[in-house]
Design a protein around this ligand. Sequence first.
Ligand code: ADP
Ligand code: MG
Length: 682
Amino acid sequence: MANMTTDVRFVRGIGEARAKSLQKLGILTLRDLISWFPRAYEDRRVYRRIDELETGESACVRAVVATEPRLSHVRKGLDLVKLRVVDESAALELTYFNQSYVKDSLRVGEEFVFYGKAEGTPRRRQMVNPLFEKEGADQITGRIVPVYPLTAGVTQTVLRKAVRQGLDECADELSDFLPEDVRREHCLCHVRYAYENVHFPADDEALAVARRRLAFEELFLLTLGLKLLRARRADVAGQQCEAVELEPFYAALPFTLTGAQKRAVEDAVRDMSSGRPMNRLVQGDVGSGKTMVAAAAIWFAAQSGLQSALMAPTEILAEQHYKTLAPLLERLGVPCALLTAATSAKTRRSILGQLQAGELTLVIGTHALLSPDVVYRRLGLVVTDEQHRFGVDQRAALGAKGDHPHLLVMSATPIPRTLALMIYGDLDVSLIDELPPGRQKIDTYAVNSGYHERIYAFVRKLVAEGRQAYVICPMVAENDALPDERKAVTAYAEKLRAEAFPTLRVAPIHGKLKAKEKDAVMREFAAGQIDVLVSTTVVEVGVDVPNAAVMLIENAECFGLSQLHQLRGRVGRGAHKSYCILVSDNEGEENKRRLAVMVKTNNGFEIAEEDLKLRGPGDFFGSRQHGLPTLRAADLTGDMELLYEARAAAERLLAEDPELAAHDALRRRITELFELNAGAMN
Ligand code: ADP
Ligand code: MG
């Protein structure tokens, strides 16, 4: 009798040769085989009389072979088989290319079901290469048929047969490791039904029920596994903060925190008082006020005598944080310093001395904070801003400088929550899903280049009112070469200066400039000495120029949705009504849809969801998968609710049985799933 770890070779009817091809897909065991879920389904349940067929429609036809199939060799490598079949309504001409075996399978007078696309005209119906089987077989016609992901040398037919055999083989072996009460509570079908119907669904409803069960199971196992791992890691002792009231901090702020900000602060404070190291991701759209959450955490740590380090991806961002945070925190008795590559040697020495002596409580900087000569007296909290620009290893390097310091990661990359939970499986997530009050919507327009004159006039008008503008330069490749961004930006800035904005101060900025030069230009722009900044996407990261009120993006079709959103987030940061203008001459459906999303909403999470739908989750996962088990059944774009359900179920189960002592099969399955990744997860 087969069990789930049986080599597919030994599954009845598969054998060496087939097993070899299945291996190419990574299908080694019986479990692999039945977990090779279809990527799509073909609905072949529609039957038609021949005279009812519509041109272009795919359908099943019950028909009798009327003429002897004729085989002809057209030329080398091209054989044709032609024959005619009939039903009570009309005749249908069939042509098979290079399938000469058909000649012997289709005998005059026998009835078959054919499935294919109707071609020709109503008076002369044809099908090319229709599938067929004996009337009543119901294997590949008359039903919903799975369509599997394939690789060279493996066909749908091979896979369908193999899966069918696999399912029959393990019929009695498919034991359910979902606890019975979880299954009942969440209305999940039995495992046997699920596997059967995910491959060979009886109907749409059966498929939905099956898929839901399998996706739930996958998410349930994943969250259980993550929670078990986290529980293990949480055995490490963290630096426990005293549970002081946050009132003095709140009272010092010029505004009231939003509910979402407060919740994030409370999450962080709870973590830091728990005695375990905090590992928290704060996710919030651009402008949602993440900095204040960091400030609260820093202040809170300081009350227990702990030092904090805040790391930003660029010098200008570090400086900006310093300018915001130092006045506030120093007033509250938290001494701060800025340490970047631009810091003079003398100042640097003094800062290092003070850090080591514990006279500084917060140091803000860039990667410079990672150098070996930066030594802390009692580093208790590490905050990283815009973490997507930081490698995990860098996070770890900074973390290693203290005794398991608390970690707070801030990210404005709007990742849908489902993905955040997966990608940052090792982090707890606080979501700031609310903007501070009084924010104005950034009016967004998608237009074609015919509007340029009007756009330029609009920019001139806003600049006359004292505002500033960003122009994201078109990057058009010439002769297949990669565009030279320096040339493109400089040339475009010249052109704008000469033609559209002769009286304005126009300056270029691009990634080829040295960090120092870039900073210098950004500083001039921030100081209002430049009216129109012509740029590549280097302005994408969180620079704050509240006076900028227009973001003009040329060739908007070249950018991903999330990138467009990040760019747009550069404006609308002050009291001024702001605008985003997307210029594109691309008439493609997908491009239009993307731009329409931008026009419709300012909400980064909504945009990220749309982006995910349009691009698929592959881009998000990439190399960041952190060794998580692959998801086969769960679809991260659509199964949010299910993820919450699965998480809740996992939490409840662990509350009752933290070691899963009473759930042997379940525990073994999780170990199996995470085994390969154990190193990556710890
Ligand atoms: P981000 O989440 O993009 O880092 P910031 O922390 O830079 O956002 O905040 C954006 C702006 O909003 C800042 O000027 C900040 O002072 C302001 N801000 C933050 N929180 C609030 C609040 N609760 N009420 C009003 N303004 C706020
Ligand atoms: Mg920020």
